[in-house]
Design a protein around this ligand. Structure first.
Ligand SMILES: *Cc1c(COP(=O)(O)O)cnc(C)c1O
Length: 428
């Protein structure tokens, strides 16, 4: 089996600062050069043909880039940097997280056109696999059902941990064992390479939507797959054929974001730990889903597979008392109550996506996971009372002040009769 490189002796914090910059001194630059060429002149036709053949067959580089769909030096630089941070042999970049997932499914379908998907998973990944759009058949299961779901034509097992939006944790090594040699793709977007390196637990592909924490500033879309050099070659072939390229400007912005990745993750995580505890104690909150809470991590994955619980959490608003008896599913809670909560947030950004410098909040059932069938939503608890919070790097007290204002308004709107408007007694 493929064994990833041992992590370089320096700390991941230092690696994140220096990865992708090793040739800067010899180039005489201090910021990454951006190459926007779409085509490249050649001096020797035979050499050009040789370079073209090498790149089309999946080589990481060749004597001449030939054409931007085959190779771009700025993109190759961010690929090398992320591979180094993750401790992987290779990394292949795509135009978005979904483009990366698509390439992975297409590359693996060579082995067999059946996929085992572990739910819950990002809504669009669920849709991509359920719709049959890519010509693969998918069997959905939970982490314990993987072994039974594997068939002779299974080409790939797809899982996400922590999973979107319920923060379910999956033991990667256990799924790898259950997969009986079928390659396992782990969507590690929530964890980032700073908190989790799936290849060290036997996964074949570690995938990131670079749109999230890796870029981290809400201005760049991208997808990255860390893997072995052999598997990367196949992914590059798919990329050459399908053209889902990371733009060199996006690669530059990603390179610029990597040095602060550990700081951003650690700062946001520290606040998320604090906010998860405060949310748990709040009367408007029915439940908090966060890997840092022992109830959410009974088998101790944080500390073993993850270096920390991360900066994304979800919570359920407590259904209003006057509606509680008539509620059959959380969707029956009047949406104006949720809107009242959103309206009260002045600093926290109501928006999809995650891993940005600012704190983001959204309602998965209404947005990121709306595309799922209703019964899949219900089965995995993706009901309208569930909110996903991506904690940013602001001061934790400012995040909490904003959030708790919204929660108080929600609580008051839920219990109007119990809290009549009275004038505060005048202090003597
Ligand atoms: C956002 C996200 C994706 C999709 O990435 P895009 O860059 O939006 O295409 C996939 N998986 C997870 C876990 C995500 O959060």
């Amino acid at each position: 089996m493929y064994r990833p490189h041992r992590r370089t002796p320096s700390s991941p914090i230092t690696t994140s600062v220096h990865a992708g910059r090793h040739d800067f001194r010899s180039l005489g630059c201090h910021a990454a050069p951006i190459d926007l060429s779409t085509t490249y002149p050649f001096n020797d036709a035979a050499e050009a043909t040789e370079a073209l053949d090498a790149l089309v067959s999946g080589d990481a580089e060749a004597g001449n880039p030939i054409y931007a769909r085959l190779y771009n030096p700025t993109v190759a630089r961010v690929e090398r940097a992320v591979a180094e941070i993750e401790g992987a042999e290779a990394c292949v970049a795509f135009s978005s997280g979904m483009a990366a997932i698509t390439a992975c499914i297409l590359a693996a379908s060579e082995r067999g056109r059946h996929v085992v998907g572990v739910r819950p998973i990002y809504g669009t990944t669920d849709h991509l696999l359920s719709s049959g759009l890519l010509g693969v058949e998918t069997t959905w299961t939970g982490p314990n059902g993987v072994s039974n779901a594997i068939r002779r034509d299974t080409g790939l097992v797809v899982l996400e941990t922590p999973a979107n939006p319920t923060l379910d944790l999956v033991d990667i090594a256990e799924v790898v064992r259950a997969a009986h040699g079928v390659p396992v793709m782990v969507d590690s977007t929530f964890a980032t390479p700073i908190l989790q390196q799936p290849l060290f637990h036997g996964a074949t592909y570690s995938l990131h939507s670079a749109t999230k924490f890796l870029s981290g500033h809400g201005d760049t879309m991208g997808g990255l797959i860390c893997t072995s050099e052999a598997a990367a070659a196949r992914l590059r072939q798919v990329r050459v054929a399908t053209g889902a390229l990371l733009h060199p400007m996006a690669a530059y912005l990603l390179l610029r974001s990597l040095p602060t990745l550990p700081m951003r993750v650690h700062q946001a995580q520290a606040s998320a730990i604090e906010i998860a505890e405060r949310l748990q104690a709040h009367r408007s909150v029915a439940d908090v889903l966060y890997p840092g809470l022992s109830t959410c991590d009974p088998s101790g994955i944080v500390g073993r597979q993850m270096a920390g619980p991360g900066a994304v959490l979800s919570f359920r608003l407590r259904p209003p008392a006057r509606h509680a008896t008539s509620i059959t599913r959380a969707g029956d809670v009047p949406s104006d109550l949720y809107q009242a909560f959103f309206n009260e947030l002045s600093m926290i950004t109501p928006a999809v996506s995650l891993g940005s410098t600012d704190t983001l909040i959204q309602q998965p059932a209404a947005l990121t996971h709306r595309i799922l069938e209703g019964d899949v939503q219900d089965e995995h608890g993706i009901t309208p009372d569930l909110f996903r919070l991506s904690v940013g790097i602001e001061d934790v007290e400012d995040i909490w002040a904003d959030l708790s204002r919204g929660l108080e308004v929600f609580a008051r709107r839920c219990e109007p009769s119990r809290r009549p408007l009275t004038l505060a007694p005048v202090m003597a």
